[in-house]
Design a protein around this ligand. Structure first.
Ligand code: 13P
Length: 249
């Protein structure tokens, strides 16, 4: 049985007070979610230290949204994987399309980041996904295959600790969700590509869907055989919606 995960990527939203209130509201409702569903929240860096203890007690995973590609040193403004681990962060989103698009992250950068995340025992939530023009020109499988090369370079031991998220860029923040059939098609493709390198271990890899996932479409997406949960943006900023999505399992 693969792990089921519903993770909230808050992106650059919430003041600390708002983030704390959101976490409290999620904790208050967590009992409504089936115990085999792992909840994860990814607040901005500024909130992580202060939220870690409360989340840990509630059994909710704490994630960062990024980490540096270097261990330490003269990299003004960066936050390292080691620093994140030192404040009990457990997961790290890597390769989000917004990082790829606005901050120039490439597979080369991501290879370094994922190695550091794994070194410091953070679970990478590694994002892949095609842009609209890539889907329309039927290149989405090629794009995703190329993005997955960051993972296929890993050792089998490291690979076993990775979570994958499929986030079609055209569905992020647009209100346009991939149909459950489109999501399943790509998730199955990803699993097959990973199985070609890692064999049966790929059967254990959680593959999350992200892109305008909301309470009204989560159940259909999560019912697909290769969809193991969601990476939720906008709808993770309202506790009721986030919990309703997690209850869709
Ligand atoms: P939305 O749910 O707002 O479309 O964002 C998805 C996402 O990018 C999660 O990482």
């Amino acid at each position: 049985m693969r792990k089921k995960i519903v993770a909230g990527n808050w992106k650059m939203n919430t003041t600390f007070a708002e983030g704390e209130a959101l976490v409290n509201a999620i904790i208050a409702k967590k009992g409504e979610v089936k115990s085999d569903v792992t909840l994860v929240v990814a607040p901005p860096f500024t909130h992580l230290t202060c939220l870690a203890e409360e989340l840990e007690k509630a059994g909710i995973g704490l994630s960062a949204q990024n980490c540096a590609e270097h261990e330490s040193g003269a990299y003004t403004g960066e936050v390292s994987a080691k620093m994140l681990a030192s404040v009990d962060v457990k997961y790290c989103i890597l390769g989000h399309s917004e990082r790829r698009e606005y901050y120039g992250e490439t597979s080369a950068t991501l290879t370094k980041k994922i190695a550091l995340a794994l070194k410091y025992n953070l679970t990478p939530i590694f994002c892949v996904g095609e842009r609209l023009d890539e889907r329309e020109s039927n290149r989405h499988f090629d794009v995703i295959s190329a993005q997955l090369e960051v993972l296929t370079q890993l050792s089998a031991e490291d690979f076993a600790r990775v979570v994958v998220a499929y986030e079609p860029v055209w569905a992020i923040g647009t209100g346009k969700t991939a149909t459950s059939a489109q999501a399943q098609e790509v998730h199955a493709f990803i699993r097959k590509a990973l199985a070609a390198k890692f064999g049966a271990a790929a059967e254990q890899t959680p593959i999350l869907y992200g892109g305008s996932c909301k309470p009204s479409n989560a159940a259909e997406l999560f019912a697909q055989p290769d969809v193991d949960g969601g990476l939720i943006g906008g709808a993770s900023l309202a506790a009721d919606d986030f919990i309703a999505i997690a209850k869709a399992f």
